[in-house]
Design a protein around this ligand. Structure first.
Ligand SMILES: *Cc1c(COP(=O)(O)O)cnc(C)c1O
Length: 479
């Protein structure tokens, strides 16, 4: 932190003045975004608030440098400071997670996943093929050899969690490049319990024989047993790739340990830095020594020049996550999610899987006669920011949905306690119970809705009380 809130305020006021001299609409939007963030009860499970030092590191001239390549081996001159930044970020990331190797260049979670996929393809398909072709280097391959390789890449199989069970687009969804690169087979959850069915997963893996098994999710409210996933991967000769984009903060903060810590079990792990990990917008990959070399080829394989300013911010966020304070934060995130879940259950809200053991909850709002879209909008009208999400076997499809996803990382950063989250549960239940679909020509509307008189105002007022008790960036005053 800048030493005092007064210092931080002075810094940001000067910055906004400078920006305003070029284009006042941009300084206006930056200032307004702080107000909006401060005034919203943010329950979006994938968002957080980075620290001021992390944010400040991004507004620097490290952004001006091209540094394609890896630490000490750049395709541009004059990269010594980027080398320092990248090395420090990688050192903190590897130490934080106890990984053999960290690659901190990916610009986002999707980029990190692409790096991981291509590292696996290079290590498991390209390298053995080159050996078989007895070509010393890639440059010696004929056009026919390359064609063979392309065929080989495209016939590989990936097995990830299905989108409606909580998986991510990048785990083989047909409208994502992962679904075009690979033949895909998804695994789901048990329709009764909503939990991953490991026996079914094992049976599917034995039959499908994927090259890659992807573990990880964006909307699954439970822990994943990575030890068991690795056992299954080993049985079928698959590489276990864990995408911890959502829950990296819980791994870093030692909430997920033993069988539930992906690092000792996965061959390769990819993540974002900006969700529960609370860093800048970005991605990174952790790898075992076996995959290290292939991962470092992320640039130029799928990435352009690394973002020096963001790698600097990642270094700070990783360093912050190595503190005892961050461990407390991560445990609070999980405890708060439990409190929020219990608060909702006791007020009659149905939760997919009946609860949570991570940072997120998936509400099934169909019992209130609402679609996810209606619930999301009614909550937003009442000052509660969430996002709609499909639930397993969703009767309303991926657009209207029957679910609402919420999470605790952001408000926990503001200092919300388990008691505060019980109030949040009350606000959500109040809105859901007092919202009804608007009548349409053919039965109830899936989009339009009516909120009971005064409900949105009442909820908004109580939300504001909670928010003012836990200020965001306390003392930061833009004037
Ligand atoms: C958010 C997310 C991503 C993508 O991250 P971006 O930074 O938006 O590219 C990838 N995988 C999972 C599981 C995610 O939740």
């Amino acid at each position: 932190m800048p030493d005092t809130p007064a210092q931080a305020s002075a810094i940001y006021r000067s910055i906004l003045d400078v920006i305003s001299n070029v284009e006042p609409r941009i300084s206006g939007a930056i200032a307004q975004e702080l107000t909006d963030q401060r005034e919203s009860l943010k329950l979006i499970a994938s968002e957080n608030y980075a620290s001021l030092p992390t944010l400040m590191a991004m507004g620097t001239w490290l952004s001006d440098k091209y540094a394609e390549g890896t630490i000490g081996h750049r395709f541009y001159a004059g990269c010594r400071n980027i080398d320092t930044v990248e090395a420090v970020a990688a050192e903190h990331a590897a130490a934080l997670f106890g990984a053999d190797h960290a690659y901190v260049q990916p610009h986002s979670g999707i980029d990190a996943n692409l790096v991981a996929y291509w590292a696996i393809l290079q290590h498991r398909i390209e390298a053995p093929t080159l050996k078989r072709l007895e070509a010393a280097t890639v440059n010696d391959l004929s056009e026919a050899d390359w064609e063979d390789l392309r065929q080989l890449f495209n016939s590989q199989k990936v097995m990830g969690m299905s989108l409606d069970a909580g998986g991510h687009l990048t785990h083989g969804f047909r409208h994502n490049i992962s679904g075009k690169m690979f033949r895909q087979h998804s695994y789901g959850t048990n329709p009764e319990t909503g939990l991953i069915d490991y026996d079914a997963l094992r049976a599917t893996a034995r039959e499908f024989k994927p090259l890659i098994i992807v573990a990880g999710y964006s909307a699954y409210p439970r822990r994943v047993n990575f030890a068991l996933m690795r056992e299954i991967a080993d049985e079928v000769g698959a590489t276990l790739f864990v995408d911890m984009a959502h829950f990296a903060g819980l791994v870093a903060g030692k909430v997920f340990t033993g069988d539930f810590d992906p690092i000792p079990h996965a061959h390769i792990v990819a993540s974002t830095t900006h969700k529960s990990l609370r860093g800048p917008r970005g991605g990174f990959v952790l790898a075992t020594n076996e995959y290290k070399e292939a991962v470092d080829k992320g640039c130029p394989m799928v990435l352009g020049g690394p973002l020096g300013h963001v790698m600097a911010a990642k270094a700070l966020a990783f360093a912050e996550a190595r503190t005892a304070e961050f461990q407390t934060y991560a445990h609070n995130v999980a405890d708060n999610a439990k409190a929020l879940g219990e608060g909702l259950l006791k007020r009659g809200v149905r939760l997919v899987t009946g609860g949570t053991d991570n940072h997120l909850l998936l509400l099934d709002v169909s019992a209130f006669g609402l679609t996810g879209r209606q619930a999301e909008s009614a909550l937003l009208d009442s000052g509660v920011v969430t996002n709609r999400n499909s639930i397993p076997a969703d009767p309303n499809g991926a657009w209207y949905t029957s679910g609402v996803r919420i999470g605790t990382p952001a408000l926990t950063t503001r200092g919300f306690t388990a008691d505060d989250f019980d109030v949040v549960a009350d606000l959500i239940a109040d809105v859901l119970k007092n919202t009804a679909p608007a009548p349409a020509k053919s039965g109830p509307s899936k989009a339009k809705y009516v909120i009971g008189d005064g409900v949105a105002e009442r909820v908004h007022a109580r939300a504001n009380e909670l928010l003012s008790a836990h200020p965001l960036y306390p003392g930061l005053d833009l004037g």
